[in-house]
Write a protein that binds this ligand. Structure first.
Ligand code: HEA
Ligand code: HEM
Ligand SMILES: [Cu+2]
Length: 696
């Protein structure tokens, strides 16, 4: 390349396209890479076509992309997570197919397999689990505490923008260049410039840094919202359990994300500026990276699983029609897990040469987490004990979780014993452990949450039959995919192996790929469920907004909720505020008066920063310095100019609020109540207006 081209395009050239590799060196590997790129480009084209054909651009821009409404931002997070989940699951299936094709080398090259587990791990943790969790918190938490939005709605929009642009980098790396081969943990010196001079680790670094800033801002936003914006009477000890897990998770985000950002930026300094933080020479030491990464990495898995515990707590209480058993012990257990999670990071590298004493201390600290987790498990079981259980889809996920998660947790306690960990560290036993906690723990919770809160978000219920089918497929698929890995792990098969030779591994590998295909069907059935439900939405409407006989405040408002959530801020008198109101006959009362409501105006700053930060990352990855600099200046200017905006709010007049609310109250009064004690009522039937006599 000429000097001019290098200045203009950095290290970007036509060779970066997968097609170039295919033309040069045709093989299965290149075909798979090209097919993946082609699917992505085609998928994007179809989306653009559909949006244009149905003239949806205006709606998309006005109602979604520029919205600062926490509910819409939450839904966009969840949609983004679902899209990324599809890619992550497909990659999981391809990896399982590669390993099932053994003994021998399978159909993929080692480097391509390494890209697959690196993108899969990175996507599943940072762009599936995190956006799912942040999305649910966004949608639910303000409704549960009786607030009209989060504390910083515009910052919330920016958080989403940064998360999405990070995820987009993983999509771009499918088509331009390649992704890292360093796993989701990206350990140097393997990801250092000397060993890995390509663009892969740089894609990882910038995707993590930018999306990490987005997530950190969300953590701050959520913590401030709960501290400052609870409805009158909503003391901390009256918070719904989900909100308690949100507080703890936000604290984990605030303290755990910075070490990750620091680790990634120091790695960038090593790679771009020839620093030596993590090299093997000139005073560097990769153990600094391992410590920084896991100082984040361990709390990370709990910041994902705590809100999942929160969702299950809500589900178990609602579908057992009982108060959550042991509320105070659950609060203490959640806080204990949050605190303890910062004291155990070293268990991820027991084998890296510390003294036996240090290993023992961290091992014991790790095992301690089993105690508060056990408290939770027993509290959930006690909640169900003698409850009037309805086996609806969220509850089925919950029961699947309870049984499977205990197995995954117990295998964690086994790993926490350093002497055992020396045998199974970095084998498929470890892979089995973490999928065993991540799928039933985090992913099932999210699917349960989708089924549970979908009627609230969209005003109609999801199809029950397809919901049940997908639970069955996910659970069975999970068992087949991951249980065999415990055994091959014990037999010594290392993680991240693109090939293997020992014929005794074969049956397990075949069982695992069958399981992965069943999981794929599970994912498809979720899509079918969405399709069928949208098609039949007229029959499944729940405009009153309380389809499950809910206990917390989000069920006390219409479905879908108005932009301002609550026409009048609720007065909270007890835990499970809405259940209490229904029991005491004070639900759905006509308020004495209405006020004007101020809401944040739409703005395009989040979208702009999303696009610009994407360009910025791309420029840094490909060393296009003028572009990186230009975009940095543009982003700074946008933020500065935005701070001068004065009219950032719209006012919804009291008269409009009154009209809308009274129309809904009239609808509530017209809707026939379903008797709570009617044994013949089908399990999945909502209780629109239980105990309503004389209420309105
Ligand atoms: C949501 C995610 C999640 C969760 C909840 C957990 C939960 C736990 N994890 Fe896991 N873990 C991961 C995600 C998670 N983990 C990931 C992703 C990795 C690998 C990263 C990588 O290398 O790529 C990992 C790796 C990992 C290691 C490192 C192993 C190695 O690298 O060799 C260890 C070691 O101690 C460990 C331990 C534990 C323990 C003790 C728990 C406990 O919290 C479990 C507690 C739960 C129970 C114990 C069950 C319920 C309790 C009862 C019914 C009470 C009775 C029980 C007793 C008294 C024992 N985990
Ligand atoms: C849905 C079906 C899934 C399948 C079939 C699957 C399969 C796999 C496979 C084959 C690997 C590589 C194992 C190895 O190292 O040999 C892997 C790694 C991993 N998976 Fe999954 N997985 C699935 C879901 C998930 C989910 C839901 C998450 C997280 C929420 C997740 C997180 C990870 C992580 C973090 C790694 C480690 C990546 C690395 O080694 O750096 N997976 N998975
Ligand atoms: Cu850990």
């Amino acid at each position: 390349m000429s000097a001019f081209e290098t200045t203009l395009f950095g290290r970007l050239s036509w060779d970066a396209l997968p097609l170039a590799a295919l033309l040069k060196n045709p093989g299965t590997n290149e075909i798979v890479a090209n097919a993946a790129g082609a699917i992505l480009v085609l998928g994007a084209a179809v989306v653009l076509f559909v949006l244009s054909y149905f003239r949806l651009w205006g709606v998309l821009w006005r109602d979604w992309l520029t919205s600062t409404d926490h509910k819409k931002l939450g839904i966009m997070y969840i949609v983004f997570a679902l899209v990324m989940l599809a890619r992550g699951v497909l990659e999981g299936v391809v990896m399982r197919a590669q390993q099932a094709a053994g003994p021998g080398d399978g159909f993929l090259e080692a480097g391509h397999f390494a890209q697959l587990f690196s993108t899969h791990g990175t996507i599943m943790i940072f762009f599936v689990a995190v956006p799912f969790v942040v999305g649910f918190i966004n949608f639910i938490m303000p409704l549960q505490i009786g607030a009209r939005d989060v504390a910083f709605p515009v910052m919330n929009q920016i958080s989403l923008g940064l998360t999405v642009s990070g995820g987009m980098m993983l999509m771009v790396s499918l088509v331009v260049g390649e992704f890292s081969t360093g796993g989701w943990t990206a350990y140097p010196p393997y990801t250092g410039a000397a060993f890995n001079p390509g663009v892969g680790p740089d894609y990882w670094i910038w995707a993590i840094v930018v999306s990490g800033i987005g997530t950190t801002l969300s953590g701050i936003n959520f913590a401030v919202t709960i501290y400052k914006m609870r409805a009158p009477g909503m003391g901390f000890m009256r918070l719904p359990m989900f909100c308690w897990t949100v507080i703890c998770s936000s604290i984990l985000i605030i303290f755990a994300m910075p070490p990750l950002g620091v680790a990634a930026l120091l790695l960038a300094a090593d790679r771009y500026l020839d620093f030596h933080f993590f090299t093997n020479d000139l005073g560097g030491n990769m153990m600094n990276y391992a410590n920084l990464f896991w100082l984040f990495g361990h709390p990370e898995v709990y910041l994902l699983v705590l809100p999942a515990y929160g969702i299950y707590s809500e589900v178990f209480a609602t579908f057992s029609a009982k108060k959550l058993y042991g509320y105070v012990s659950l609060v203490i257990a959640t806080m204990s897990i949050a605190v303890l999670s910062f004291t155990v990071w070293l268990h991820h590298f027991f084998t890296m040469g510390q003294s036996a004493l240090i290993n023992a201390v961290f091992g014991v600290a790790t095992m301690l987490i089993a105690i508060p987790t056990g408290v939770k498990v027993y509290d959930w079981m006690a909640t169900m004990y003698r409850g009037r259980i309805r086996l609806s889809v969220p509850m089925l996920y919950g029961i699947g979780f309870l049984i499977l998660f205990v197995i995954g947790g117990l295998s964690g306690v086994i790993l926490a014993n350093p002497t055992i960990d020396f045998q199974v560290h970095n084998t498929l036993f470890l892979v089995a452990h973490f999928h065993n906690v991540l799928l039933p723990g985090v992913l099932f919770a999210m699917l349960a949450g989708v089924n549970y809160w979908f009627p609230k978000a969209f005003g109609f219920r999801l199809n029950e039959r397809w919901g049940r089918i997908s639970v069955a497929l996910w659970v069975v698929g999970f068992l087949f995919t991951f249980m065999p890995l415990y055994f091959v792990g014990l037999m010594g098969m290392p993680r991240r192996s693109f090939n293997w030779e020992d014929p005794s591994f074969q049956p397990y590998m075949i069982a695992a790929v069958i399981g992965a295909l069943i999981i794929l069907c599970g994912l498809l059935s979720v899509l079918v469920q969405l399709y069928v439900s949208i098609r039949d939405r007229a029959q499944n409407r729940v405009p009153v907004g309380d389809p499950w006989d809910g206990r917390t405040l989000e069920w006390s408002i219409p479905a879908p909720p108005p932009a301002y959530n609550f026409a009048v801020l609720p007065q909270v008198r007890d835990r499970d505020a809405f259940a209490e109101a229904k029991e005491s006959g004070t639900a759905y009362l006509k308020p004495t008066g209405y006020d004007d409501i101020e809401l944040p105006k739409n703005t395009s700053i989040g979208f702009l920063l999303c696009v610009l930060s994407g360009v910025w990352m791309f420029a840094l990855v490909w060393w296009i310095w003028w572009l990186a600099l230009g975009v940095t200046v543009a982003m700074l200017l946008i933020v500065i100019v935005w701070t001068f905006a004065t009219e950032t709010e719209v006012v919804i007049p009291a008269a409009q609020v009154k009209a809308e609310h009274e129309a809904w109250l009239a609808l509530v009064a017209r809707t026939p109540a379903v008797d709570r004690d009617d044994e013949a009522a089908p399990a999945n039937l909502g209780y629109a207006r239980p105990d309503m006599e004389g209420a309105t």
